[in-house]
Ligand binder design. Structure first.
Ligand SMILES: Cc1ncc(COP(=O)(O)O)c(C=O)c1O
Length: 356
């Protein structure tokens, strides 16, 4: 079936007890056992498994084309993937611009346990090929990148992977626009906090594997480390998925209108938009002033909700890359275009850039 149909129905089976169209939120920490070791399915304790979480995992797996494991945040998902796949001394390739928190996880946490990493501009395929050796265990791809919105050719990365696993952070594109597992990537990770949840009311993450062994590994880490999302959070992300296709189309339409207006405005340079999704970035000498003057856009970190957000990455989401090779320009403004009326978003930006 087509994506819209799958988005609406994925992971939802009517409740077997009452027939409720939307299954219950199983707000429980544990499950009664009829006899020792006699419990329903995999549900013995809610860190190990919970039916509300299982429904979300089934939906995420279906939409990405793999098997999903849900986590309490996008970074918890990234941590599970990296710690399951890599060991002390392993070499990983990271993008030269990426979400600051992913860099911080590798640089400040995992490098302390002996993980070696290298930042590579993955749009430069020669540089990528030169960086990947037979010892490279994992190539971390983020496409489009946060915050510069560079688009990486996932198939070209896979063609140069040698022995490495290819992991794609699909947070900015979502499976509506891009399904890396279908292109041959090994793992997709998400911050479900963003477009998948879609309403800025939940923090969550997921790792989705193409093969069963990786899936089992992530599931083991989910239980062994315990960074699990609560049932209500799973319910919210799952509800968000059901309108993903409509929201992503509206986000892109608004981003296109915003981009067309920005390109005509004085002082604006380097307007970036990958041609899909609602993420836009641009340079302006008064980046901070614009972010503080807007009235409809909300000055806040994060992205992917129905309401429009604005931020200055260098001072906000990307402080952890300051001084590194992944540092971002100080004059960069990042927009997450929501699904309000495009004309209102454009008018707000026009006024803020004019200094009103
Ligand atoms: C591309 C990307 N990946 C991962 C994350 C981390 O997700 P979370 O904040 O849910 O831990 C973010 C958060 O901004 C992000 O933008």
């Amino acid at each position: 079936m087509e994506f819209a149909t799958r988005a609406v129905h994925a992971g939802l089976e009517p409740d077997p007890a009452f027939g409720s169209v939307i299954p219950a939120i199983h707000q429980t920490s544990t499950f009664r056992q009829r006899g020792v070791g006699q419990y329903v399915g995999e549900f013995d304790y809610a860190r190990s498994a919970n039916p509300t979480r299982a429904a979300l995992e089934s939906a995420l797996g279906e939409l990405e084309g793999g098997r999903a494991v849900a986590f309490s945040s996008g970074l918890a998902a990234a941590h599970a993937v990296l710690t399951h796949v890599c060991r002390t001394g392993d070499h990983v390739v990271l993008p030269a611009d990426l979400y600051g928190g992913t860099y911080r996880l590798v640089h400040n946490v995992l490098a302390g346990w002996g993980l070696r990493y290298e930042l590579v501009d993955q749009t430069d395929l020669e540089a990528l090929a030169a960086a990947v050796t037979d010892e490279t265990r994992l190539i971390w791809v983020e496409t489009p990148t946060n915050p510069l919105l560079n688009v990486v050719d996932v198939a070209a990365v896979i063609a140069r992977k040698r022995n490495a696993l290819v992991v794609v952070d699909n947070t900015f594109a979502t499976p509506f626009n891009q399904r890396p597992l279908e292109d041959g990537a090994d793992v997709v990770v998400h911050s479900t906090t963003k477009y998948l949840g879609g309403h800025s009311d939940v923090v969550g993450g997921a790792a989705i594997a193409r093969d069963d062994a990786l899936y089992e590994g992530f599931k083991f880490v989910q239980n062994a480390v315990g960074a699990v999302p609560g049932p209500f959070d799973c319910f919210l992300v799952h509800r968000g998925l059901r309108t993903l296709h409509l929201r992503m189309a509206a986000h892109a339409e608004n981003a296109a209108a915003v981009v067309a207006a920005l390109r005509e405005l004085p002082g604006v340079r380097d307007v970036r938009w990958p041609g899909f999704s609602g993420m836009v970035s641009f340079g302006h000498p008064d980046a901070v002033g614009i972010a503080e003057r807007v009235r409809l856009f909300t000055l806040a970190e994060s992205l992917g909700g129905v309401e429009s957000l604005i931020e200055v990455p260098q001072a906000m989401t990307h402080q952890s890359v300051e001084g590194s090779a992944a540092a971002v320009p100080a004059d960069l403004v990042r927009l997450s275009c929501g699904i309000e009326a495009a004309a209102d978003l454009v008018a707000d930006l026009r006024a803020a850039i004019a200094g009103d």
